[in-house]
Ligand binder design. Sequence first.
Ligand SMILES: C[S@@+](CC[C@H](N)C(=O)[O-])C[C@H]1O[C@@H](n2cnc3c(N)ncnc32)[C@H](O)[C@@H]1O
Length: 290
Amino acid sequence: MNVIWSSRVQGVRTLYLSRRLRFHDLFRQRYAPLFALDGDKPLKILEVGCGPGALAGALRRWYPRAEITALDRDSAFIRFAREHEPGVRFLEGDAAALPFADGAFDVTISNTVSEHIEPGAFFGEQRRVLRPGGVCLVLSSRRGIAVQAACLTPGEEEKRFWDKAAQSDDTFEKYAVGRYHMSEAELPAAMERYGFADVRTGYAAIGLTPDDPAFPPALAREMIDAERYGELDAIASTAWLERGDITDRDRQRMEALANARYDARLGQYDRGEKQWDTQVSVIMVVRGTA
Ligand SMILES: C[S@@+](CC[C@H](N)C(=O)[O-])C[C@H]1O[C@@H](n2cnc3c(N)ncnc32)[C@H](O)[C@@H]1O
């Protein structure tokens, strides 16, 4: 039972809610030309490092003829994914030692995973389980745009809490988070070095602006709440820090302050007081052939 990522790095809600927006059906056509998959074929697709399963769920909707398998080593993510994304085979396992035969898949795909796994193992294992001519898709997040509504700015008490937490936070070093980060030039070069052919790159810009009337109210509220739950998960994860002077009471107080800010933002949205706050994610898609 491994729950390190979900409890200490990014919680279930943080990943599921943000990815459900990032891979919402509204944005399907941004990804389709970059994936360049033949949806008429009964493709066998493997998602590596699937987290709580939002991308796997999108692939199931976008490629209904495909058979989708998704793997992660965090048991809490796999449990959640099985409950929330029917029609996908979710498995606990290690991306660096995939439990599949050589040539078992037509497509492998991952989102924000390549930067956490040693590249020889990451690319080598996917190349092994792909059939000759199979497609490897590596998605990663690049510098985007984040403009927050004024009412969401944390107050002095919250800033003090985060300064204190940061002083003892070695989570990223401890769990190799982002250890293998590569630039926009290094990532395709690595894919070629590990034996993939016809390597291509492309970018999808996904803009989330609650006040934009293009987004229906339920989706706009989801955008605001995705940020809320990201913060609440981050507060909860401070329980793992080796700092005795951050107490459960401190965390409860931080939760109340964060909830008050997000409730205020939802109130503004409901009253039509536009803030035009926006989050633009830039997703790099690198595509290569085994
Ligand atoms: C940034 S998260 C992304 C999760 C998911 N792809 C998403 O976008 O929601 C990185 C994921 O990689 C998984 N991971 C890291 N190293 C792994 C490994 N060696 N084998 C399997 N999963 C791994 C973590 O458990 C985590 O779910």
